[in-house]
Design a protein around this ligand. Sequence first.
Ligand SMILES: NC(=O)c1ccc[n+]([C@@H]2O[C@H](COP(=O)([O-])OP(=O)(O)OC[C@H]3O[C@@H](n4cnc5c(N)ncnc54)[C@H](OP(=O)(O)O)[C@@H]3O)[C@@H](O)[C@H]2O)c1
Length: 338
Amino acid sequence: MHINDKSNATLYTPNAHRYDSMQYNRAGKSGVLLPAIALGLWHNFGFVDRLHNAKSILRTAFDLGITHFDLANNYGPPYGSAETNFGTILKQDFKAYRDELFIATKAGYDMWPGPYGNLGSRKYLMASIDQSLQRMGLEYVDIFYHHRPDPDTPLEETMGALDSIVKQGKALYVGISNYNAKDTQKAAELLKASKTPFILNQVNYSMLDRWIEDALLDTLTQHHLGCIAFSPLAQGMLTDRYLEGIPKTSRAAKDFTYLEAETVNSNAAKIKELHAIAVNRGQKLSQMAIAWILRQPQVASVLIGASSAAQLKENVNALNHLKFTDDELSQIDRVIGR
Ligand SMILES: NC(=O)c1ccc[n+]([C@@H]2O[C@H](COP(=O)([O-])OP(=O)(O)OC[C@H]3O[C@@H](n4cnc5c(N)ncnc54)[C@H](OP(=O)(O)O)[C@@H]3O)[C@@H](O)[C@H]2O)c1
């Protein structure tokens, strides 16, 4: 790996052994294999962040066999800037490796002013994919997601837009995100009828939020769909980050994030207990949190965030110890409830 954090112009030669130790899992019953750990660009890749750090994280990820990068139209801040930065780095470092990458983007949250820049209309989604492709300098994305359910737009319209995006060659596959079991079922029926390559539901899942275990995982199995789990570390709470309070550089201490200091404090006791279980397993808490998610057969990939290459490396080492004893699982259940 050749990284010079001071210069964005340094030539990058990927690690020749990048595929030796990463595990790849099938997304549902599709032909797509995803790395067990994928990288999301929600935070740390916007214009407010340091481009050389973003570049170092992306290079480290690819060197570790991470082939899947997850974006959305509104990632930044400002909105769109994560896609623009990703496009810049892609052009400089990864152009020759486009066919080794599985790139995602989404639309569904607030993006531009007025009535057409949000939620799930055909008008919004068709414009948004064009904007995303332009920002990233891509001809197509590998998967395009509807980012969240829209209660007021007919699902037929939203799913129809996803189908059109595939037919126009702008995405190879489609997915949904934050859809519950019932809406996933309806989406699956519509997309099956139109023969649209629908493969994934991207959902929040961690030791601090087990909602998908109630019904969604079964629905995914019934429809041969895969799951990709986002915020697996509960935005950093399921790591060493907050064991001694709230560091100034952490997400919970920053503006414009969705992790409140109050949430960290209210989970502090649980986090300490989970940390003790991880230590007994000979693992970091972050690594145990990732391994715990990968025990679900529907989960093709755990979608992490990282503010440094070192965090990313630590997290990928979760793959060295994925098995749990029944006793460890019941200790975890006792702490987090089930
Ligand atoms: N579909 C959706 O609606 C949706 C919503 C949210 C996220 N996502 C996707 O999921 C991705 C991941 O979400 P997330 O960033 O919330 O995931 P996460 O993995 O739960 O949290 C990542 C954050 O935890 C901290 N961290 C990570 N590894 C650490 C380590 N080893 N030690 C200490 N701290 C560590 C870092 O925060 P610090 O800044 O404190 O270092 C890092 O930015 C996003 O980028 C996005 O692609 C999708």
